[in-house]
Design a protein around this ligand. Structure first.
Ligand code: PLP
Ligand code: ZN
Length: 438
């Protein structure tokens, strides 16, 4: 007997464990629920305590009891447990005050094995794909999921078919091909790719991680929340700022916090959830701002490709999470995304992809709107790596002319560079001289 199963989020009907994401009775999404009573009642050293978790290997499998993992599952990759660290320089720039000492970055730009938080969801989905007897796994993807499914499938010895919009970032396509996956480029946007995948899932006995395995996949995102709490010393932050595509991650971090409270692993606390989107694809933040509880689908047009889902599957629940916790949602333009990627890199030494730029940019807005206060403990979820989206920075940096490998050449180059840097000062001095003369 498993200590978890699928349950309809609306009518509550239970469905056991099977590759299915929708309730046949009311067409609402299914979710994994756990027997928390059984988890709490465990004794004889089996109880889930902080001490017991802390002694386990530093990866997401240390929270195994709170994940839907089939009997006898043996993890083969140390996914997750990415660094959480203080970001004082960024905090000062975003909030305009040095008092903002409690800003933290959860850095999934270095998640193993493919450098985004999608490794977490895929790890859980594939654990179940095996148990359900699939020999082929698949997904529709905005890029990072493609990388993760391809890599994990290679490791697990499963075949992978990956469906992507044709115009994804080259590094994300190459970073899927390299694992030997079959990549199908679709002339259309993500929402069209996803619709096609639902049709294929009806015809072929494949494990689609974000279609028929979606309830299991989504649970993997909870590990971001478990880790944030543990890494803050088993306490919850005041605020979480989270990028949103399908809207699942933000709801699952909330679920993780709620579970830790239920199991007595952290003190109860009301955490505010803030969503971040790109203005060119902002169906969730638009709904929050206009006070609507339903999503109005959009046609995506933004460089933040990993977040470009115009009709988010969990949009409705993301809105609920944000409003229900007293949070808010913001969005930023593409130029702001680029500025924010650079700001995070220059202040804290983290190179994030466009989604991270969206999160940092929105966090800045939230500080300026006083929705996040400097003295509060705030965690920004940086979910992907900048080396996958270098194309958006093309043209931002000049390619300098090469100089000869001679000390003299360097010294004159240095002098020129310093002269150029001093120009603004010189101009100011000249301006002042003119005014004095006048
Ligand atoms: C997929 C993705 C997200 C958003 O995840 P959802 O659960 O679909 O909202 C955020 N950041 C990155 C880098 C992603 O790839
Ligand atoms: Zn139902």
């Amino acid at each position: 007997m498993s200590h978890y199963e699928l349950r309809c989020r609306e009518c509550g009907r239970t469905w056991g464990n099977q590759p299915r994401s929708i309730c046949d009775d009311c067409f609402s999404p299914l979710e994994v629920v756990y027997d928390y009573g059984a988890l709490r009642a465990q004794t004889n050293g089996n109880a889930l305590t902080r001490e017991r978790i802390s002694q386990r290997s530093p990866n997401m499998w240390r929270y195994a009891e709170l994940l839907p993992l089939p009997q006898g599952f043996q993890p083969r990759l140390p996914v997750g447990f990415t660094p959480l660290f203080n970001a004082p320089h960024l905090a000062e720039r975003l909030s305009g005050t040095a008092a903002a000492a409690n800003l933290y970055i959860k850095n999934d730009a270095v998640c193993l094995p493919t450098l985004s938080f999608k490794d977490r969801v895929v790890a859980v989905a594939l654990a179940n794909a095996r148990a359900f007897g699939f020999d082929t796994v698949s997904c529709s993807s905005t890029g990072n999921l493609a990388n993760a499914v391809a890599a994990h499938a290679a490791r697990e010895g499963l075949k992978a078919w990956i469906f992507i919009p044709a115009d994804l970032e080259p590094a994300k396509i190459l970073g899927t091909n390299v694992f030997g996956a079959k990549v199908v480029r679709i002339a259309g946007n993500y929402d069209q790719v996803n619709r096609l995948c639902s049709q294929i899932a009806d015809e072929h006995h494949w494990g689609f991680v974000n279609v028929n395995l979606r309830p299991y996949y989504a649970e993997g995102s909870k590990t971001v929340g478990f880790e944030i709490a543990e890494q803050l010393g088993w306490r919850l932050p005041d605020n979480v700022v989270c990028p949103m595509a399908g809207g699942s991650l933000i709801t699952k971090i909330k679920k993780a916090f709620d579970e830790l409270i239920k199991l007595g692993l952290v003190e109860p606390k009301e955490v505010k959830f803030f969503g971040a989107q790109a203005t060119g694809c902002s169906p969730i933040s638009t709904a929050v701002k206009t006070g609507s509880s339903e999503i109005e689908p959009q046609k995506p047009n933004t460089i933040a490709r990993s977040l470009a889902i115009g009709n988010p599957a969990d949009g409705h629940y993301a809105i609920k999470t944000i409003k229900g916790t007293g949070g808010w949602s913001e969005d930023v333009s593409d130029p702001e995304v680029i500025d924010s990627i650079r700001l995070l890199a220059e202040t804290e030494g983290i190179f994030t992809e466009t989604a991270g730029g969206v999160t940092v940019g929105c966090a800045g807005k939230l500080y300026r709107q006083d929705r996040i206060l400097p003295e509060e403990t705030t965690v920004l979820c940086v979910t992907g790596n900048g080396l996958k989206t270098t194309d958006v920075l093309a043209g931002v940096y000049r390619t300098e002319r090469p100089i000869a490998a001679k000390l003299g050449e360097f010294e004159s180059y240095l002098q020129q560079t310093l002269d150029v840097a001093e120009v603004p000062e010189a101009i100011r001095a000249a301006d002042e001289a003119v005014q004095v003369g006048a």
